[in-house]
Design a protein around this ligand. Structure first.
Ligand code: NDP
Ligand code: PYC
Length: 339
């Protein structure tokens, strides 16, 4: 650990040990603490600060509220040859995902396309973590989840949708799959929370105040509403996610998650949908190999014209922090230690 007045430098092991200890201390069992600590440290490691160790503050708030069950034992239901359901039983989503992964991948390989429905989970993680892991197991995958209402539909002015992320990964030869992962709002809510913590302005275009006027004040943005990305296009994608990861799964939409929260201001509570595709089943083992190779031409053609692939920044950050460690804002570090 190396300190300065404004930040603290931790090795990845130190970051994990601190996160793990905080979660154990606040009543989580070892399995959940390990999965959640891995998740927040991965966010910090890849410099996705809105879903890094800062999330420990909200995790602990959820545990202390008594609403999140840090000892929940997820229940797996083998619904059909292509569908697995995992009931997270009011625990965080990470363990439920871990438990469901093996089923999802096996079924995608067997059937060609398979889904994993996670129900009744508290969900805060960045979805790239999940789809990247799935692509590492040789399947293409997508993931989506609602959150708490804080985004107005395009043309509206009141919070209705969550920031509803959507992620996709495609397996590639080499170390890194193709991965993108974005909120369907202009930015993740976590970025506005981080700006508010630092007393910084946000760019106009991210949110409106409670009179429907553009604002650069994070506090006013939370009194008003965030905006969807790409106007009516992002708005429509957000509706799709509310429906597929909500009523389709028999779980809550973002406006219902807020009602369950009832002012506690903890992690959203709802479901998540993951879909995986087994390339071998679509094209046969040899065909899949050729087809995945053909896909490389697309990636080459993107980077050949100077554009970058999504996740490239993240993978570069990962290489850097794996060598040098992660830097954490001193105020945040002290808050985490205090927990
Ligand atoms: P960003 O807008 O930061 O990034 C979205 C994607 O676009 C990333 O894959 C990013 O790759 C890529 N990208 C960014 N710039 C470029 C570029 N110039 N060229 C090509 N690709 C680019 O993400 P968001 O703020 O929308 O979301 C942040 C995170 O918040 C996500 O991981 C999401 O899962 C999470 N989230 C989770 C929620 C939950 O309920 N669990 C709710 C909402 C968000 P790179 O990372 O390499 O920059
Ligand atoms: O940053 O928008 C967000 C978010 C919501 C739930 C988890 N992250």
């Amino acid at each position: 650990m190396t300190n300065s007045s404004s930040s603290v430098l931790l090795s990845l092991d130190e970051a994990y040990e601190l996160s793990h200890a905080v979660l154990l201390k606040n009543g989580m069992n070892a399995r959940h603490a390990a999965a959640v600590a891995r998740s927040v440290v991965a966010g910090q490691r890849d410099e996705c600060h809105s879903h890094g160790m800062y999330r420990l503050l909200v995790c602990v708030k959820g545990l202390r509220s008594g609403k999140v069950d840090g000892n929940a034992e997820p229940v797996v239901v083998d619904v059909s040859p292509a569908l697995t359901r995992v009931d997270a039983r009011a625990g965080f989503s990470q363990v439920a995902f871990d438990v469901g992964t093996e089923h999802l991948v096996r079924k995608a390989r067997d059937v060609g396309i398979a889904a994993l429905a996670i129900n009744n989970c508290f969900h805060f993680s960045a979805l790239w973590q999940e789809v990247e892991a799935l692509a590492g197991l040789g399947v293409a995958a997508m993931a989506m989840t609602p959150s708490h209402s804080c985004v107005a539909p395009a043309g509206g002015s009141r919070p209705l949708f969550g920031t509803n992320p959507f992620a996709f990964a495609w397996p590639r030869p080499g170390d890194f799959p193709f991965v993108f992962d974005f909120a369907t709002s202009v930015v993740a809510r976590g970025d506005i929370e981080l700006a508010r913590r630092k007393d910084e302005k946000i760019p106009f275009g991210w949110a409106i105040d409670n009179e429907g006027l553009p604002t650069d004040d994070p506090g006013r943005a939370f009194e008003g509403a965030m905006l969807p990305f790409g106007s009516y296009k992002g708005s429509a994608l957000s509706v799709m996610i509310e429906l597929l990861a909500g009523p389709l799964l028999g779980d809550l939409m973002s406006f219902e998650s807020v009602l369950v929260d009832a002012g506690a201001a903890i992690t959203p509570y709802h479901g998540e949908l993951l879909i995986a595709f087994g390339p071998d089943r679509f094209a046969g083992a040899d065909g899949a190999k050729t087809n995945l190779q053909r896909a490389e031409h697309l990636f080459d053609a993107i980077v050949d014209q100077g554009a970058r692939l999504p996740s490239q920044r993240r993978f570069e950050a990962r290489a850097k922090t794996s060598r040098e460690g992660v830097r954490i804002d001193r105020v945040l570090f002290d808050e985490i230690r205090a927990l």
